[in-house]
Design a protein around this ligand. Sequence first.
Ligand code: ADP
Length: 454
Amino acid sequence: MTFRAKILLSAFTAVLVGVAATSALTVVLAGGRGAPAALAGVSAAVGVAAGAIVIAIVSTPWIRRLRALEDRAAHYARGEVAVTTPDFNQDEVGAAARMLDALTHDVARRIAGLEADRARMAAILSGMIEGVLVVNEHGRLQLANDAARRMLRIDDAVEGRHYPEIVRHPAVATQIAAALADRPTESVELTGLRDSAVTLIARTAPVEISPGRGAVVVLHDITDLRRADRIRRDFVANVSHELRTPLTAIRGYVEALADATPEESSRFLGIVARHTLRMEHLVRDLLRLARLDAGQEPLDRVPCSIDTLFSTVESDLSRTIAARGQTVERDVAPDAATVSGDPSKLQDALRNLLENATNHAPEGSRIVLRARREHTHIVLTVADEGPGIPPDDLTRVFERFYRVDKARTREGKDPGGTGLGLSIVRHLVELHGGRVTAANQPEHGAVFTVELPE
Ligand code: ADP
């Protein structure tokens, strides 16, 4: 039976019952003689009132259920969907409640799906190394991901701002205009934006955004790529230059040999031999750097005695040290007696530092090789009494071919090192998980520090 039929039937029954009951009561009160008209009227009124009371009693559960339904709808309106489902009856109220429940749960499921999509998209956008900007058809920014914010140094909200406030570059404006007009766009290289050291590549494409059309600008940071490219080009130029100098000298002296006197010939041959040796060193160092760069020098770690390392490099260079009248002091702390490393590579690094010290420090000066422990590191230092290194060059001396003063030749000796020695040292130390730094002593002289994990 339907809800309305139930209500009507209850009301009708209640009125009938009320009227019948009050009529019977009236007859009883009148002693079975028939009721006067006034009494009949009163009995009818009492009957209707009794019917109303019955209606109220019968309809109360319905009203309670409708209230519950209203309350439930209010929960849904506040987005509180996870409410336990009550036992709805099989009538219209039950059907409406079930319908409301099913609809709300369906909408909630869809919203949850959209939110999951949005979260996924936000995670992808924020995890991207490329910067992404979305611009609507009026040129207003709709979105800028974390990478774009980093690249363009954006700190505040950008949504709704006009894009030239953020990317002030005519090429980007052209790209966006083309993308909005559905014309093909070329990628452009952007320099001198917020950070002049940064180089970006921008690619723009049209996108459908709601509402309407828009353009998405993707920014790639190619600063490192450009830097690597520049380093490579500088390197090739440097190698060419370093090889050309001795080659030109060799060629000149070889040509001069034709007309040279015997004394001149032997002098010229000496010069040729020196330049040949220099080229040989250069090629040797270049090949070593190439091997280290390519990771082709595996590390053979064993416990190494620091005393042995120091004495080996000292005896390797003993002739040069003696020729320059220099003395080498060793100071190894008892708790820094050994280090884990590849002995031949550590010797190469220390030999290079000691050789530099002997070459730059004056004759008769003192060079100190020290080893001490600092927490979990063994710290080795090579200190000399030479001119030291200008503060601005302290980090640059580890670059390939970097020389502090190209005119600072070593009197009457080889025309100079390859400029690759410290670069090789850095590679060898870093291969051990350590680091090498240069500093100046307070009095005078340079000190190179090698920190190695024990
Ligand atoms: P080079 O073959 O020219 O010695 P390195 O890479 O070994 O090349 O050194 C780079 C530059 O660092 C040197 O040309 C020199 O100017 C500077 N340098 C290195 N060691 C010292 C030192 N002990 N004292 C002063 N300058 C140094």
